[in-house]
Design a protein around this ligand. Structure first.
Ligand code: PNS
Length: 158
């Protein structure tokens, strides 16, 4: 059974993440969407519980997708989950260096683990969680960029 992990901060999930999740779920038997900490990012806008809630709600139609939080190294999590592949999305050229570095380090730490980079759909190429956080901060309309449950939550919370 092929098990894939799509890890990220997901603060919050965007339509770009959803596109990668839907496409990745067709490539593996089981896809684990994992919220992990990115030490180079600040505490974030949404709590881990909120991020998980959004992910669970947005992926409930995908029967081979699970959502989890893990605190630690991605490769440790991959071993724990018996995962074969890591999935990441690649948007614009500037993503490439970071994704390459991460893939190389993870490969070095765990040579049996492959990283698959899925090219973002062009309509999501400039979409990021940080843009959504900024829109949310200034009460901008997020509805075209995130799953409906996220927009509703933002509107009620802020
Ligand atoms: O959505 P992001 O912030 O680009 O996701 C990055 C993430 C969370 C996948 C990455 O920071 C990560 O793997 N964090 C866990 C620690 C780790 O294993 N880092 C990579 C090797 S140094």
């Amino acid at each position: 059974m092929k098990i894939g992990i799509y890890a990220g901060s997901f603060d919050p999930i965007t339509n770009g993440h959803m596109d990668i999740i839907e496409r990745a779920s067709l490539l593996v038997d089981k896809l684990i969407v994992a919220v992990l900490c990115n030490p180079s990012k600040s505490k974030g806008m949404f709590s881990i519980e909120e991020r998980l809630l959004f992910l669970e709600e947005s992926t409930k139609h995908l029967k081979n997708v699970e959502v989890e939080f893990f605190s630690g190294l991605l490769v440790e999590y991959a071993v724990k989950k018996n995962a074969n592949v890591l999935i990441r999305g690649l948007r614009i050229v500037t993503d490439f260096e970071y994704e390459m570095q991460m893939a190389q380090i993870n490969k070095n730490l765990l040579p049996t683990l492959e990283t698959i980079l899925l090219i973002a759909d062009v309509q999501h190429a400039f979409l990021s969680s940080s843009m959504i956080r900024e829109l949310a901060t200034f009460k901008g309309d997020t509805s075209g960029f995130v799953p409906q449950c996220v927009t509703k939550y933002i509107e009620n919370k802020l």
